[in-house]
Design a protein around this ligand. Structure first.
Ligand SMILES: Cc1cc2nc3c(=O)[nH]c(=O)nc-3n(C[C@H](O)[C@H](O)[C@H](O)COP(=O)(O)OP(=O)(O)OC[C@H]3O[C@@H](n4cnc5c(N)ncnc54)[C@H](O)[C@@H]3O)c2cc1C
Length: 619
């Protein structure tokens, strides 16, 4: 242990993850906490980290309230509709009422925004999206965070949260290690804001072998946002609501600009509009939800998946019409060059020019996240002025652990935040964290050296395991005494894929499969005590895997609990194939007991605040 030097840092606000939400939190913490010590710790380098690392071509959440384009209520209705009714409307409204101010700051900070030449307004891609030249989106928001923080630590992976030993259920900071130096870092903090993104690579990806890193969701997002709070007993919500994306095949290039701006459309291999064909069958499953406008994302996936199973594939995006217009052709290519260069490379390698050939689409493997057309994540308090009692316990975006806050993909129940909404949620969380400190809620936190030393031993154990066990290898990489991170990851992905509703089963699962999946995950957990790491990079992989495995357990428990198929197209419970509003028009909330490792689940009412308030006003 002596070779891993220990560094201590004491601070007021610790931000874990410097992506969109983390940079927003760091920026806003300084605004409210002028004299406070604010630290942001990032696994990569905040200039190019998180889901926005490559840049974006659109800001997907902008109300346009200054021009009367949309109001927060409209966005709540939109997200509620897309998630088949299951959202936290207090959180969604709160984000929506503040998101425009965030976007206006991005504009001031130099993010190139496209403008509508006729109106002078931001150029709309769709009702909620505005178009940007966003290759440098991430460095721009990172600069704001760098100017706000006392210190940004790059290349440190946070592995555990520290807990206060003086007062039960209160956070005391976090620990992690530097992936370049191998040093151990202890951050004792009055508040912690977890903003560590979502989770890819927990389900087996379509691209395996040489293409394994090619997923839609950022491959480096490994579920720390969920594992860190789950491990200390924080409540989680809607973890079954994993997302499946319809994207361009193999490169996972985005389709938003194509559908909304280029007005391209999809068809099956025979040139038919297949979505219509599945209307009656979908209505059987979900009732009137199929008549909602816009059609919920999962139901569009459902038609795609059913058509493919029925032999109507491959499904194509019809680009050949739009691309005859030179302006739209340019937009189509720039869309990739600003955010997913890989798709252009895939097309080049497959001899696809979308002007002459309609490219194929695919449905992705599932991902866990809280900011897109999905809302898995932590169960947090909402804002005081909006939230019903069950949704409010003192501080906005505080988890069920005192002093522990969340934002972005970390937070459950608030879908369709995207980049701007995640940054906004970071701001909201930071404001509340500063208030928590000013209210003297963080006095007398005790974190003993023993707690820190115990974590140090646990963190570096995979290096020790490898050191000892490598001598037992007689050939190749298979050891009788340890498993490598990649072996463990592939085992995890197969369990999730085959038992929890991945691509292997066309997203189908049932109670028996989930039960078996949980058994296999429990054995994996046991074996992960013996994961070995040959160097610091593999040590990071080992901890990423442990976080993915814990996240997976939570996803599986939730999927088992909700005995209905609420989101066909995201996953199917074969033993409960229909949406069941009588029994399941509710949110699911779980808690893992840190002492026993056992999960308990409960139903929590979903309140339709927006239209309820309007109904009350009218009566
Ligand atoms: C492919 C793709 C396309 C998208 N397109 C759009 C779009 O066009 N428009 C739009 O508005 N939004 C888009 N989004 C959504 C947007 O990117 C996310 O909503 C947003 O990035 C979420 O913010 P976040 O801070 O929660 O996560 P992220 O921005 O991903 O940040 C998480 C950060 O945490 C760090 N981290 C993870 N684990 C640890 C750890 N253990 N210790 C320390 N640091 C850690 C990561 O390195 C990362 O920097 C897209 C997302 C994806 C994946």
């Amino acid at each position: 242990m002596a070779k891993h030097k220990t560094h201590y840092e004491d601070c007021d606000v610790l931000v874990v993850g410097g992506g969109m939400a983390g940079t927003g939190a760091t920026f806003e913490a300084r605004h409210w906490g002028r004299d406070m010590k604010i630290i942001c710790v990032e696994k990569a380098n905040i200039d190019r980290s998180g889901a926005v690392a490559q840049g974006l071509y659109a800001i997907n959440c902008y109300m346009g309230m200054q021009w009367g384009e949309n109001q927060p209520e409209d966005h709540v209705r939109y997200a509620r509709n897309d998630l088949m009714g299951m959202v936290r409307e207090d959180l969604g409204y709160d984000m929506a009422r503040h998101v425009d101010s965030t976007v206006h700051m991005f504009d001031e900070w130099g993010l190139p925004m496209m403008k509508n030449e006729k109106t002078g307004r931001y150029l709309r891609e769709g009702k909620w999206q505005i178009m940007i030249h966003g290759e440098s989106y991430k460095p721009i928001v990172a600069e704001a965070a760098k100017k706000s923080a006392d210190k940004i630590y790059n290349r440190i992976m946070i592995t555990h949260l520290l807990m206060d030993e003086a007062q039960e259920n209160r956070v005391g900071g976090a620990v992690g290690f530097n992936m370049r130096t191998g040093d151990y870092h202890v951050f004792r903090s009055k508040t912690v804001i977890v903003a560590a993104g979502g989770a890819s690579h927990i389900f087996k990806p379509r691209a395996v072998g040489e293409g394994m890193g090619r997923t839609w969701y950022a491959p480096w997002s490994n579920g720390s946002a969920y594992a860190l709070p789950i491990a200390v007993g924080a409540k989680m919500t809607q973890m079954e609501n994993r997302i499946v994306l319809c994207r361009f095949k193999d490169g996972y290039g985005p389709v938003g600009a194509y559908f909304l701006h280029l007005k391209t459309y999809t068809q099956n291999a025979n040139g038919e509009n297949y979505e219509k064909k599945w209307y009656d069958q979908t209505k059987e499953l979900v009732g009137e939800y199929i008549d909602h406008h816009p059609t919920p994302t999962c139901l569009r996936n459902h038609a795609f998946i059913q058509e493919t199973i029925a032999g109507g594939g491959p499904i194509h995006m019809v680009t050949t019409e739009a691309f005859q217009d030179p302006h739209l052709e340019t937009v189509g290519w720039e869309n990739f060059l600003g955010m997913t260069v890989g798709q252009a490379v895939v097309w080049a390698s497959q001899n696809i020019d979308p002007k002459y050939t309609n490219p194929e689409l695919t449905t992705s493997e599932p991902y866990v996240m809280g900011s897109h057309a999905t809302c898995s994540g932590a169960w947090v308090s909402g804002p005081e002025d909006l939230s019903p009692p069950e949704y409010f316990w003192g501080y906005n975006r505080m988890l069920t652990i005192d002093g522990l806050f969340g934002a972005g993909d970390t937070v459950g129940g608030s879908a369709h935040k995207f980049s701007s909404g995640s940054f906004t949620e970071g701001r909201l969380a930071a404001k509340a964290a500063v208030k928590y400190i000013n209210d003297q809620k963080a006095e007398g936190i005790k974190v003993t050296d023993k707690q820190c030393e115990d974590f140090k031993v646990a963190i570096f154990k995979p290096l020790e395991t490898y050191q000892v066990a490598q001598n037992e290898i007689t050939g190749g990489t298979v050891s009788p005494s340890y498993i490598s991170p990649i072996q463990g990851l592939q085992r995890l992905q197969r369990i999730m894929d085959e038992y929890v509703g991945g691509i292997a089963t066309n997203y189908m699962t049932n109670g028996n499969m989930l039960k078996r999946g949980l058994e296999l995950l429990a054995w994996l957990e046991e074996d992960l005590e013996k994961v070995g790491a040959e160097d610091l990079h593999q040590l990071m992989r080992a901890w990423e895997l442990k976080h993915r495995a814990l996240t997976s357990q939570c996803v599986t428990e939730h999927t088992m609990f909700r005995e209905e198929t609420r989101w066909p197209g995201y996953y199917y419970r074969g033993d409960h194939m229909k949406l069941d509003d009588d029994n399941w028009h509710c949110l699911t909330v779980s808690r893992r007991d840190p002492k026993t490792g056992k999960f308990s689940l409960e139903k929590v009412p979903v309140y339709h605040i927006v239209d309820e308030n309007e109904k009350k006003k009218a009566s």
